[in-house]
Write a protein that binds this ligand. Structure first.
Ligand code: ADP
Ligand code: 5GP
Length: 189
Protein backbone atom coordinates (compact mmCIF):
# COMPACT_ATOMS: atom_id res chain seq x y z
CA UNK A 1 0.00 0.00 0.00
CA UNK A 2 3.19 2.12 0.52
CA UNK A 3 3.12 5.91 0.56
CA UNK A 4 -0.06 6.68 -1.31
CA UNK A 5 -2.11 9.84 -1.33
CA UNK A 6 -5.72 10.58 -2.34
CA UNK A 7 -6.70 14.19 -2.94
CA UNK A 8 -10.28 15.48 -3.07
CA UNK A 9 -10.92 19.03 -4.20
CA UNK A 10 -14.09 20.91 -5.08
CA UNK A 11 -15.68 24.30 -4.88
CA UNK A 12 -17.17 24.71 -1.41
CA UNK A 13 -20.55 22.96 -1.13
CA UNK A 14 -20.03 20.47 -3.99
CA UNK A 15 -19.82 17.57 -1.51
CA UNK A 16 -16.15 16.71 -0.97
CA UNK A 17 -16.40 16.38 2.83
CA UNK A 18 -19.41 14.08 2.40
CA UNK A 19 -17.50 11.82 0.00
CA UNK A 20 -14.30 11.88 2.08
CA UNK A 21 -16.29 11.01 5.21
CA UNK A 22 -17.87 8.07 3.40
CA UNK A 23 -14.49 6.71 2.23
CA UNK A 24 -12.91 7.15 5.68
CA UNK A 25 -15.73 5.02 7.09
CA UNK A 26 -15.05 2.26 4.57
CA UNK A 27 -11.25 2.22 4.75
CA UNK A 28 -9.62 1.94 8.20
CA UNK A 29 -6.22 2.34 6.51
CA UNK A 30 -7.12 5.88 5.35
CA UNK A 31 -6.06 8.80 7.50
CA UNK A 32 -7.16 12.39 7.06
CA UNK A 33 -4.35 14.94 6.73
CA UNK A 34 -4.67 17.66 9.36
CA UNK A 35 -3.63 21.05 7.90
CA UNK A 36 -1.90 23.83 9.77
CA UNK A 37 -3.50 27.28 9.88
CA UNK A 38 -2.81 30.65 11.45
CA UNK A 39 -6.51 31.47 11.82
CA UNK A 40 -8.17 31.32 15.22
CA UNK A 41 -10.04 28.12 16.20
CA UNK A 42 -13.81 28.36 15.58
CA UNK A 43 -16.39 26.91 17.97
CA UNK A 44 -15.35 23.53 19.32
CA UNK A 45 -12.32 23.09 17.01
CA UNK A 46 -9.39 21.41 18.74
CA UNK A 47 -5.69 21.77 18.03
CA UNK A 48 -4.40 18.69 16.21
CA UNK A 49 -7.90 17.49 15.26
CA UNK A 50 -9.47 19.95 12.77
CA UNK A 51 -6.22 21.88 12.32
CA UNK A 52 -2.85 22.52 13.91
CA UNK A 53 -3.30 26.11 15.08
CA UNK A 54 -0.08 28.11 14.68
CA UNK A 55 0.63 31.85 15.09
CA UNK A 56 1.29 33.71 11.80
CA UNK A 57 4.85 34.49 12.85
CA UNK A 58 5.62 30.85 13.59
CA UNK A 59 3.94 29.87 10.30
CA UNK A 60 6.32 32.21 8.45
CA UNK A 61 9.37 30.72 10.11
CA UNK A 62 8.18 27.22 9.17
CA UNK A 63 7.81 28.40 5.55
CA UNK A 64 11.39 29.70 5.68
CA UNK A 65 12.50 26.29 6.99
CA UNK A 66 10.79 24.56 4.02
CA UNK A 67 8.54 22.65 6.43
CA UNK A 68 5.47 22.67 4.12
CA UNK A 69 4.47 20.47 1.20
CA UNK A 70 2.26 23.39 0.08
CA UNK A 71 0.73 26.44 1.72
CA UNK A 72 -1.38 29.46 0.84
CA UNK A 73 -1.86 32.86 2.39
CA UNK A 74 -5.59 33.11 1.77
CA UNK A 75 -5.90 36.55 3.38
CA UNK A 76 -3.15 38.65 4.91
CA UNK A 77 -1.64 36.72 7.84
CA UNK A 78 -4.15 33.92 7.34
CA UNK A 79 -2.15 30.91 6.21
CA UNK A 80 -3.19 27.33 5.46
CA UNK A 81 -0.84 24.50 4.59
CA UNK A 82 0.21 20.88 4.81
CA UNK A 83 3.25 20.15 6.95
CA UNK A 84 5.82 17.62 5.70
CA UNK A 85 5.84 16.23 9.26
CA UNK A 86 2.12 15.41 8.92
CA UNK A 87 2.78 13.44 5.73
CA UNK A 88 5.60 11.51 7.42
CA UNK A 89 3.46 10.82 10.49
CA UNK A 90 0.67 9.23 8.42
CA UNK A 91 2.97 7.27 6.12
CA UNK A 92 4.98 6.00 9.10
CA UNK A 93 1.73 4.62 10.51
CA UNK A 94 1.35 2.68 7.23
CA UNK A 95 -1.76 4.66 6.26
CA UNK A 96 -2.99 6.19 3.00
CA UNK A 97 -3.26 9.98 3.26
CA UNK A 98 -6.57 11.54 2.32
CA UNK A 99 -6.78 15.27 1.60
CA UNK A 100 -9.84 17.51 1.50
CA UNK A 101 -8.56 20.85 0.18
CA UNK A 102 -9.53 23.67 -2.17
CA UNK A 103 -8.72 23.35 -5.88
CA UNK A 104 -5.46 25.29 -5.78
CA UNK A 105 -4.19 23.26 -2.84
CA UNK A 106 -5.26 20.04 -4.57
CA UNK A 107 -3.48 20.99 -7.78
CA UNK A 108 -0.27 21.83 -5.88
CA UNK A 109 -0.44 18.60 -3.86
CA UNK A 110 -0.78 16.54 -7.05
CA UNK A 111 2.25 18.30 -8.55
CA UNK A 112 4.24 17.54 -5.40
CA UNK A 113 3.27 13.85 -5.01
CA UNK A 114 3.07 12.93 -8.73
CA UNK A 115 2.27 9.24 -9.35
CA UNK A 116 1.92 8.54 -5.63
CA UNK A 117 -1.27 10.62 -5.73
CA UNK A 118 -4.76 10.24 -7.14
CA UNK A 119 -6.45 13.64 -7.51
CA UNK A 120 -10.24 13.80 -7.80
CA UNK A 121 -12.25 16.91 -8.60
CA UNK A 122 -15.83 16.86 -7.30
CA UNK A 123 -18.19 19.06 -9.31
CA UNK A 124 -21.77 20.15 -8.63
CA UNK A 125 -24.34 19.27 -11.33
CA UNK A 126 -25.06 23.01 -11.77
CA UNK A 127 -24.51 26.35 -10.04
CA UNK A 128 -28.18 26.32 -8.96
CA UNK A 129 -27.69 22.99 -7.18
CA UNK A 130 -24.47 24.25 -5.59
CA UNK A 131 -26.34 27.25 -4.22
CA UNK A 132 -29.13 25.13 -2.78
CA UNK A 133 -26.60 22.76 -1.13
CA UNK A 134 -24.76 25.65 0.48
CA UNK A 135 -28.10 26.97 1.81
CA UNK A 136 -29.23 23.49 2.89
CA UNK A 137 -26.02 22.89 4.83
CA UNK A 138 -27.00 25.75 7.11
CA UNK A 139 -23.44 26.63 8.13
CA UNK A 140 -22.94 29.83 6.11
CA UNK A 141 -24.38 33.34 6.26
CA UNK A 142 -25.99 34.79 3.09
CA UNK A 143 -22.85 36.88 2.64
CA UNK A 144 -20.60 33.83 2.88
CA UNK A 145 -22.83 31.92 0.44
CA UNK A 146 -22.59 34.77 -2.11
CA UNK A 147 -18.80 34.87 -1.67
CA UNK A 148 -18.44 31.09 -2.06
CA UNK A 149 -20.63 31.09 -5.21
CA UNK A 150 -18.70 33.90 -6.86
CA UNK A 151 -15.46 32.02 -6.14
CA UNK A 152 -16.90 28.69 -7.34
CA UNK A 153 -17.03 29.52 -11.06
CA UNK A 154 -13.41 30.65 -11.00
CA UNK A 155 -12.44 27.48 -9.10
CA UNK A 156 -14.22 25.24 -11.62
CA UNK A 157 -12.58 27.02 -14.57
CA UNK A 158 -9.16 26.76 -12.91
CA UNK A 159 -9.52 23.10 -11.94
CA UNK A 160 -11.04 21.69 -15.13
CA UNK A 161 -8.47 19.39 -16.80
CA UNK A 162 -5.94 19.66 -13.94
CA UNK A 163 -7.07 16.60 -11.93
CA UNK A 164 -6.73 12.87 -12.63
CA UNK A 165 -10.50 12.56 -12.73
CA UNK A 166 -13.67 14.60 -12.39
CA UNK A 167 -16.82 13.37 -10.65
CA UNK A 168 -20.14 15.18 -10.97
CA UNK A 169 -21.85 14.77 -7.60
CA UNK A 170 -25.51 14.51 -8.60
CA UNK A 171 -27.08 11.41 -7.01
CA UNK A 172 -25.08 10.83 -3.84
CA UNK A 173 -25.23 7.01 -3.87
CA UNK A 174 -23.83 6.99 -7.41
CA UNK A 175 -21.06 9.37 -6.39
CA UNK A 176 -20.17 7.06 -3.48
CA UNK A 177 -20.03 4.00 -5.77
CA UNK A 178 -18.00 5.80 -8.43
CA UNK A 179 -15.52 7.22 -5.89
CA UNK A 180 -15.11 3.74 -4.31
CA UNK A 181 -14.40 2.29 -7.76
CA UNK A 182 -11.81 4.96 -8.69
CA UNK A 183 -10.06 4.69 -5.32
CA UNK A 184 -9.98 0.86 -5.36
CA UNK A 185 -8.49 0.88 -8.85
CA UNK A 186 -5.77 3.32 -7.76
CA UNK A 187 -4.93 1.32 -4.61
CA UNK A 188 -4.66 -1.95 -6.54
CA UNK A 189 -2.04 -0.52 -8.94
P1 ADP B 1 -17.89 20.54 0.66
O1 ADP B 1 -17.11 19.72 1.62
O2 ADP B 1 -17.47 20.32 -0.76
O3 ADP B 1 -17.94 22.00 1.01
P2 ADP B 1 -20.24 19.17 1.81
O4 ADP B 1 -19.78 17.74 1.77
O5 ADP B 1 -20.25 19.88 3.11
O6 ADP B 1 -19.41 20.05 0.70
O7 ADP B 1 -21.69 19.20 1.12
C1 ADP B 1 -22.50 20.39 1.10
C2 ADP B 1 -23.96 20.04 1.46
O8 ADP B 1 -24.55 19.30 0.38
C3 ADP B 1 -24.07 19.18 2.70
O9 ADP B 1 -25.22 19.61 3.44
C4 ADP B 1 -24.28 17.77 2.15
O10 ADP B 1 -25.02 16.95 3.03
C5 ADP B 1 -25.03 18.03 0.85
N1 ADP B 1 -24.76 17.07 -0.24
C6 ADP B 1 -23.56 16.55 -0.60
N2 ADP B 1 -23.70 15.75 -1.69
C7 ADP B 1 -25.02 15.75 -2.02
C8 ADP B 1 -25.80 15.11 -3.06
N3 ADP B 1 -25.25 14.32 -3.99
N4 ADP B 1 -27.12 15.36 -3.10
C9 ADP B 1 -27.69 16.17 -2.18
N5 ADP B 1 -27.02 16.81 -1.17
C10 ADP B 1 -25.70 16.61 -1.09
P1 5GP C 1 -11.71 27.22 6.82
O1 5GP C 1 -11.09 28.45 7.40
O2 5GP C 1 -13.17 27.43 6.45
O3 5GP C 1 -11.51 26.01 7.69
O4 5GP C 1 -10.96 26.89 5.44
C1 5GP C 1 -10.78 27.87 4.47
C2 5GP C 1 -10.17 27.29 3.21
O5 5GP C 1 -8.83 26.81 3.43
C3 5GP C 1 -10.93 26.10 2.61
O6 5GP C 1 -11.15 26.37 1.22
C4 5GP C 1 -9.99 24.93 2.79
O7 5GP C 1 -10.14 23.97 1.74
C5 5GP C 1 -8.64 25.61 2.70
N1 5GP C 1 -7.58 24.78 3.29
C6 5GP C 1 -7.64 24.02 4.41
N2 5GP C 1 -6.48 23.38 4.61
C7 5GP C 1 -5.66 23.72 3.57
C8 5GP C 1 -4.32 23.36 3.22
O8 5GP C 1 -3.62 22.58 3.87
N3 5GP C 1 -3.82 23.95 2.10
C9 5GP C 1 -4.54 24.80 1.34
N4 5GP C 1 -3.97 25.29 0.25
N5 5GP C 1 -5.81 25.16 1.64
C10 5GP C 1 -6.35 24.62 2.74
Amino acid sequence: MGNKVIIFSAPSGAGKSTVVGHLLGLHPEFEFSVSATSRQPRGAERDGVEYYFIEAEKFRSLIADDAFVEYEEVYKDRFYGTLKSEVERIWNAGHVIIFDVDVKGGYNLKKYFGDKALSILILPPSMEVLESRLRGRGTDTEEAIAERLSKAQWEIDFAHGRFDCELVNDVLEQTFRESERIVDEFLSK
